[in-house]
Design a protein around this ligand. Sequence first.
Ligand SMILES: *[C@@H]1O[C@H](CO)[C@@H](O)[C@H](O)[C@H]1NC(C)=O
Length: 334
Amino acid sequence: MMSLQCITIIFLTLAGSVYCEMTSPSTPIKVKAELGDNVTLPCRAPNSNLYGSLRIKWIKVSEDESVTEDVLLSMGLHVKTYGSFEDRVFLQGSDDNDASIIIDDVSMDDMGKYRCEIMNGVEDVMHDVILEVENGPAQGVVFPYSPHHGRYNLNFEDAVQACIDQGAVVASFDQLYEAWKDGLDWCNAGWLSDGTVQYPITKPREPCGGSSSTPGLRSYGRQNKQSRRFDVFCHASLLKGRFYWLVQPERLTYDEAVQACIDDGAEIAKVGHIFAAWKLEGYDRCDAGWLADGSVRYPISRPRKNCSPTESAVRFVSFPDKQVKSYGVYCYKE
Ligand SMILES: *[C@@H]1O[C@H](CO)[C@@H](O)[C@H](O)[C@H]1NC(C)=O
């Protein structure tokens, strides 16, 4: 544990100001979790506290300590959670001195350093916990793709290029089959790497092969690679770099979005990046952002009111006019 040593500095011009100097943190505790786990980040108050008189604050701290993010604040009976932690972080409260929190459904984005601060007016403590999140067995994600100029516009060669442009490759039959088993339902036919054209249906319905048909992959068979045009199923692998929402003050045009990521030492994210972050890292953010292909989407892995309430999904907003200043941006850093 690390303690806070506070000295009060009285300025002539100011009423008073408290300056707190932290002693260098003792080695932080490391906690490991698997993607999707509920994980406990431990923290204890010094003995002899009256529970309820403690003020407990958890923040997340960036590596260089320059950016902090509020996680949870507890004062007496009031507990508040913030941002992406809202409603999924809880105080464990197993006894009067327990200031540990439980984070439900951890994502890769939750990885990092957390700081527990306990203030009781006598002896304040500060305690760091590093959360490491490991990836489960999933190795990739399949997603349907159609470009800006609309549905059923790609011959096979175009389809190969469209997936490459999204940081992905054309999916194989086995990959689409696995995705279907995992719940993928899509009513537009797309190319697969073997030159066949198929689509996955988990909820049979009239316009998608009939409501009396069984769930499964619907196949149009092998199609002429030059002349026939469809959508495509792409496959994106685990990200080597970092997909993130760029925190910045304004909404941007498409060109400004591209530049904002470059200014941040990154590139505007591709559609394959958002799908991989969503599916393989549990990335969740209820903000619509520009992507490299000019589309606007947002990834929801924890369905909730106003943000994809019924299913975990990458939500497609549209291909807006590139001049509109209505969206933020997702970036990708290798
Ligand atoms: C995590 O906790 C929630 C309740 O808060 C529970 O519904 C869920 O099953 C738990 N998940 C795991 C993986 O233990």
